[in-house]
Ligand binder design. Structure first.
Ligand SMILES: [Zn+2]
Length: 103
């Protein structure tokens, strides 16, 4: 998966389309990512006396499939495609296919 934790991503479909958030979790088995503050769903929560939690409706982030997000490049601030290339000492690095900056 080309997306990494802490990447900035833009959601490209659904109700949060064109919103940008930070990737807080990668779910590589499902090809999904959890984006901070986005793709929230309402969940009914039962009161949990052990954790002193109140019941009710909570909004929690739901994972987004990687095909529905684009990484936002720090350098050009555009949602972009990521490419891979190798440095002179053989390190694999990612780069922005729009502005050609490494990141
Ligand atoms: Zn760029």
């Amino acid at each position: 998966m080309k997306i990494r934790q802490n990447d900035k991503v833009m959601i490209v479909s659904g109700k949060d389309k064109s919103k940008i958030g930070k990737v807080v979790k990668i779910l590589s088995n499902d090809n999904k990512v959890l984006v901070e503050g986005l793709n929230k769903v309402k969940r009914h929560v039962k009161p949990n006396p052990y954790k002193q939690e109140q019941g009710g409706i909570k909004e929690i982030e739901s994972p987004v499939h990687v095909s529905n997000v684009r990484v936002v490049c720090d350098a050009c601030a555009n949602p972009t495609k990521i490419g891979y290339r190798f440095t002179e000492d053989g390190k694999k690095i990612r780069y922005c296919k729009k502005c050609d900056e490494n990141f």
